[in-house]
Design a protein around this ligand. Structure first.
Ligand code: ATP
Length: 446
């Protein structure tokens, strides 16, 4: 039976979830606070974790961190009370497998959980299957062409590469593309997310360890450097490696040997290193967080992956690709997005880039009843975030978004004129106080 931990402080809602999922055959353990959940995960491992974000004694991300630090391979799904893209992106970066927004649609939740379970047997925690050429959008924009040109140029060489770009822009895809076009293509491509490696375990994960090297080292374990032998090692979020591991990494690249933790033995390795970062590593060097010698050693070639908002010409291709992918995965038959939805996609800033676009489309496809996915299926909160972001108001053509933006600005102005006196502001706006409070909350004007 699949073991599922639910962490949810709203007791009534937690019971509803418990009953629903128990009926669907899950063995559910319920916790209503972080402390209880922590003690449950000390006692046993779960296959799935469904974690509320806001809790009386912390957040679901605190538990996620503990789960990952224990190298637990169970899938984590975060429940957010509202569509907080940044929290979702953070959760995904910390190793959450998916997220669901409240109010939770039980069928959608069940679908997500089943898909994750289906993946369990196919996927090792830190490595993903190698993608095929046809599972990849190249794009037609000038920036996409430049990116492809760089990939083609650097791939056949053995140069180390730094790929820099915002979260979710497709840095790992670029790394795979380099590997697949290189002479190492027949050998392994091993991706490692340094952001989810706990500081204590990172050296062991990369270089391996011998039995007894530390508490919990019950057997000899091969590191990912050896697994990638002859192929490419992709270190995602390399800026997260501790200083000590950076020293070992530099030695491994320079001398082409590794030393497993707790061992005297030096093992020769032959790997090509590709690293990714969403921050400017040079700044980390200046702040003393990243070693300068390591930076220069891996910075033989640098590639910038543009954010989605700068690839407007590629948007349609990505949308079509993600609809096709979602149709396949979710057995749906959606053909297109409604034109106004496309327009809103173009106006939105996409802070989570391609990953956010993919997730948004998957949800729209899942909830769609016809051939066309319409704007009603867009998360309400995405619209709010568009209204709150004033980065590109001149591009707004969506009427509802424009009305909301105007309304928000007018309320803010009147509140300022009334020096925060809400009764007076409500009178001036010709609405009642309750409506004013609701609108202030909606637009984050509290
Ligand atoms: N060229 C592409 N074609 C199709 N899908 C893509 C492409 N690039 C990225 N994606 C999709 O976007 C998602 C995010 O990509 P990826 O994990 O490579 O981003 P990233 O920049 O490495 O993210 P992070 O900064 O969080 O590590 C992937 O799961 C994939 O579905």
């Amino acid at each position: 039976m699949t073991k599922l931990l639910i962490l949810e402080d709203d007791i009534a809602f937690a019971r509803i979830l418990n009953n629903f999922l128990t009926k669907k055959g899950f063995e559910v353990t319920l916790s209503t606070n972080l402390k209880d959940a922590n003690s449950s995960i000390q006692k046993q491992q779960f296959d799935l974790y469904l974690l509320d974000y806001r809790l009386p004694d912390g957040t679901g991300l605190d538990l996620l961190e503990t789960i990952r630090s224990k190298s637990n391979t169970g899938h984590v799904v975060i429940m957010t009370g509202f569509h907080d893209v940044r929290t979702v992106v953070r959760a995904m970066k910390m190793g959450a497998a998916d997220y669901i927004t409240k109010p939770v649609n039980p069928d959608e939740l069940l679908m997500i959980l089943k898909q994750l379970l289906a993946k369990t047997d196919q996927k090792a925690p830190l490595s993903k299957p190698v993608s095929k050429e046809d599972k990849y959008v190249k794009g037609t924009s000038t920036k996409a062409a430049k990116l492809q040109e760089f990939i083609k140029l650097v791939a056949p060489t053995d140069m180390s590469v730094i790929i820099q770009g915002e979260s979710g822009t497709g840095k790992e895809y670029v790394a795979r593309a380099i590997h697949e076009a290189s002479k190492r293509a027949a050998k392994p491509f091993v991706p490692i997310d340094c952001g989810v490696l706990s500081r204590d375990l990172a050296a062991g994960e990369l270089f391996g360890y011998v039995k007894g090297a530390f508490t919990g080292a019950l057997i000899d374990k091969r590191g990912q450097f050896e697994t990638a032998s002859g192929g490419t090692l992709f270190l995602d979020e390399i800026g997260n490696l501790s200083y000590e591991v950076q020293i070992k990494l530099l030695r491994a690249i320079q001398e082409k040997v590794i030393q497993p933790v707790g061992s005297e033995q030096l093992i020769p390795v032959d790997i090509r290193l590709i690293a990714a970062t969403n921050e400017n590593l040079m700044e980390s060097v200046r702040e003393g967080e990243f070693r300068e010698d390591l930076y220069h050693r891996i910075n033989e070639f640098k590639i910038f992956v543009p954010p989605l908002r700068e690839r407007e010409e590629d948007m349609q291709l990505f949308v079509e690709f993600f609809i096709r992918e979602a149709n396949n995965d979710l057995t749906r038959d959606v053909e297109r997005l409604a034109p106004d939805a496309i327009q809103m996609f173009r106006n939105y800033d996409w802070p989570g880039n391609l990953r956010e676009l993919r997730n948004t489309i998957r949800r729209m496809v899942l909830l769609s009843t016809g051939k066309e996915a319409t704007t009603e299926l867009l998360p309400e909160e995405m619209l709010h975030s568009m209204v709150n972001s004033k980065t590109r108001p001149e591009n707004q053509t969506d009427l509802k978004a424009i009305q909301e933006l105007t309304e928000k600005e007018q309320i803010a102005r009147v509140l300022e004129d009334a020096r925060g006196n809400k009764s007076k502001a409500a009178r001036l706006l010709n609405i009642d106080r309750k409506t004013l409070y609701n609108k202030m909350e909606k637009y984050g004007l509290n």
